[in-house]
Ligand binder design. Structure first.
Ligand code: GRF
Length: 328
C-alpha cells in the first residue's frame, strides 16, 4: 500500500468539518490518511475534536496584543509547523484567512478548501448560504477546491448540489448544506490519498477505477445437499439451480456513479437481493461512491445478464461480478 498521506487541517471555528475528517479516519474510510496536526488562527472550539484524539494542535494567533499581524508573518509561522510535520496535504476547514501567494506556491495543488456554495456562485464570503437564500436560487450546495491565489477561485475537485426550499432561512440551508460538506470533504481527501486527482490548468481530472471485490461468500453444506437431492431423485438442472440459491455473496462494488448505484439497487431488489448504498447516492451528481451487493449466485447471474443491457459502465460491473461468482 502507498505511504499514508500526512494531513494538516486549518480551522478558525466550530470544526464540524474537522470532526467529519477525524471520523472518516477513525471508521476506516480514510484508511490511507494520517492527521498529523491541526492549526487554528485563534482559540477555536473545534480544536477539542483533535485534542480528544491526541492529535497535536497549535494556535497561531492572527491577533496579537489587540493588533492584527501581517499575513506574511502569520503564514510563515504556520508553514514552519507544517514543515515540522512534513505534511502532504493541507485542508482549510472554516479557516477564516486568505493564504499568501508564497504559502500557495509552496503547497500548490496540495491545499484544499471547502466553501458552502456551488462555486463560482457566492464566493469570498462567510455567509454564502444567506446570499443564496436572498438571491432566490433553487439549488445551492458546497464545493471542495484546491486553493489558489484568489479567493474561492482554485480548481474544483468535487461539488454537491443541495436544493433550496421556499421557507429556508440562512440557518436551515446552512445545516442542509453542512451535511453534504461532511460527505464531500472526506471524499476529496480520499481521492487525493489514492493519487486519483490530476490538475490540468483549472480542471481537476478524477481517475475512475471500477472494482468489484468479494467481501464474503457463504455456502451451506454442498455435499450433503447434493447427496440428499440425488437420493430423492432431483434432476441435474434443478439441482444446479438450487445450488446457486444456497451460495450467497456479499460484493463490494467500488467507484461507480450514483446513477449506476441506483440501477444496481433496483435490479437487486427486483431479484430478491439487496444493495446497500451511501446516503450521497441521492445526489444528482457524478461523485464516485461504493456500494455493497448481497445476493445468491442465481440472483447475481441474472443481474449479470441484465447489466449487459444497462447504460453507463454497468456492463463492465457485470463482467467483474461474473468473474467473481464464476460461471458454473
Ligand atoms: C463551513 O460551512 C465551510 O464550508 C466554511 O466554513 C464553515 C466551517 O464550518 N468554509 P466548520 O467549522 O467546519 O463547522
Amino acid at each position: 500500500m502507498k505511504e499514508k498521506t500526512k494531513l494538516a487541517v486549518l480551522i478558525s471555528g466550530r470544526g464540524s468539518n474537522l470532526k467529519a475528517i477525524i471520523d472518516a479516519i477513525k471508521n476506516g474510510y480514510l484508511d490511507n490518511v494520517e492527521l498529523k496536526v491541526v492549526i487554528a488562527n485563534k482559540e477555536a472550539p473545534g480544536l477539542k475534536y483533535a485534542k480528544d484524539e491526541g492529535i497535536p494542535t497549535y494556535i497561531v494567533p492572527r491577533i496579537v496584543n489587540g493588533k492584527k499581524i501581517a499575513r506574511e508573518e502569520h503564514d510563515k509561522k504556520v508553514m514552519k509547523i507544517l514543515e515540522k510535520y512534513q505534511v502532504d496535504l493541507i485542508c482549510m476547514a472554516g479557516y477564516l484567512q486568505i493564504l499568501t501567494p508564497k504559502f500557495i506556491e509552496r503547497y500548490r495543488n496540495r491545499i484544499m478548501n471547502i466553501h458552502p456554495s456551488i462555486l463560482p456562485a457566492f464566493p469570498g464570503t462567510t455567509r454564502a448560504q444567506k446570499k443564496a437564500v436572498e438571491y432566490g436560487v433553487k439549488i445551492s450546495g458546497c464545493t471542495v477546491h484546491f486553493a489558489d491565489e484568489g479567493v474561492d477561485t482554485g480548481p474544483i475537485i468535487i461539488q454537491a448540489a443541495v436544493p433550496v426550499k421556499d421557507n429556508d432561512t440562512e440557518e436551515t440551508l446552512a445545516n442542509r448544506i453542512l451535511e453534504f460538506e461532511h460527505i464531500i470533504y472526506p471524499k476529496a481527501i480520499k481521492m487525493f490519498s489514492e493519487g486519483r486527482l490530476r490538475v490540468v490548468g483549472r480542471k481537476v481530472y478524477i481517475k475512475k477505477e471500477i472494482r468489484v471485490r468479494k467481501v464474503i461468500s457463504y455456502s451451506f453444506n454442498r455435499e450433503k445437499i447434493v447427496k440428499i437431492m440425488n437420493q430423492i431423485g432431483v434432476s441435474s438442472e434443478i439441482l444446479n439451480n438450487f445450488l446457486d440459491k444456497i451460495q450467497t455473496f456479499v460484493l463490494l462494488v467500488e467507484d461507480i456513479t450514483p446513477r449506476e448505484a441506483t440501477i444496481l439497487k433496483q435490479e437487486m431488489l427486483a431479484l430478491g437481493g439487496d444493495c446497500a448504498v451511501p446516503k450521497e447516492c441521492v445526489l444528482n451528481g457524478l461523485i464516485p461512491l461504493n456500494v455493497l451487493l448481497i445476493g445468491n449466485k442465481k440472483q447475481l447471474k441474472k443481474l449479470v445478464s441484465k447489466l449487459k443491457n444497462q447504460p453507463f459502465d454497468l456492463p463492465k460491473v457485470g463482467d467483474k461480478i461474473k468473474h467473481i461468482i464464476g460461471d458454473g
